[in-house]
Design a protein around this ligand. Structure first.
Ligand code: NAG
Ligand code: NAG
Ligand code: NAG
Length: 184
């Protein structure tokens, strides 16, 4: 058995102690008959909000921090408002803080690495961490939620993002996010 496969199997067995391998006919994927949900992640929460990426004007919320000659590698640091509404404004539920970078030489696919820091209701002070591939021209993009804090401790899930508005002149964009997470 290849060392990589051995390592992968070992890791999987650690993570899914009671799982049973039912099919394993290649090295790329393994399917498990049963997966015990971890006792720490017991709740499922769905969130829906809008992400406002403001790159123009006097008060941009996203600024380029790396600008290579060619677009590939372009990186922006963001502190983007998250709202209940498609309009930026009073209905703030949090902020997306972190960075996105053009990580593809072939299309407009961003690496997203940021935290959603919530300020709304019982979620105030809690965060979700998103890390994923965001091909921004696709109608719907799926990205991983890889962790969280506060009410979102042990979070694990996914986000679906869809651009609502994109101003070609200014570059400003509004993106709808539907987030589904399991957490403690
Ligand atoms: C794995 O098994 C399935 C079903 O038996 C088969 O269709 C598929 O080609 C196999 N894949 C490989 C990589 O052998
Ligand atoms: C969120 O919590 C902070 C710190 O406890 C508090 O100062 C702030 O007013 C709260 N915000 C909202 C919107 O409840
Ligand atoms: C988010 O969910 C709403 C329904 O609650 C749906 O209309 C919308 O298309 C979804 N958006 C994405 C990006 O999945």
């Amino acid at each position: 058995m290849a060392p990589f496969l051995t390592f992968t199997m070992f890791t999987l067995y650690l993570a899914l102690i009671s799982a049973t391998v039912i099919t394993a006919n290649d090295t790329f994927s393994q399917h498990f008959a049963t997966t015990k949900s971890t006792p720490t992640a017991t709740k499922t929460t769905r969130l829906q909000f809008y992400f406002h990426d403001i790159v123009s004007g006097k008060h941009p919320t996203a600024i380029p921090i790396i600008r290579p000659k060619n677009a590939f590698g372009t990186t922006a640091m963001v502190d983007d408002p998250l709202t209940l509404d498609t309009k930026p404004g009073p209905k703030l539920v949090g902020r997306a803080q972190g960075l996105y970078a053009l990580a593809s030489k072939h299309d407009l696919a961003l690496l997203m690495a940021m935290n959603f820091a919530f300020t709304y209701g019982k979620y105030n002070g809690s965060t979700l961490s998103i890390m994923g591939r965001n091909p921004i021209l696709d109608a719907v993009r799926e990205m991983a939620i890889i962790g969280g804090s506060g009410v979102f401790r042990f979070a694990c899930g996914y986000a679906l993002a869809s651009t609502v508005r994109n101003n070609r002149k200014t570059g400003d964009a509004v993106v709808q996010y539907n987030v589904t997470v399991m957490h403690g």
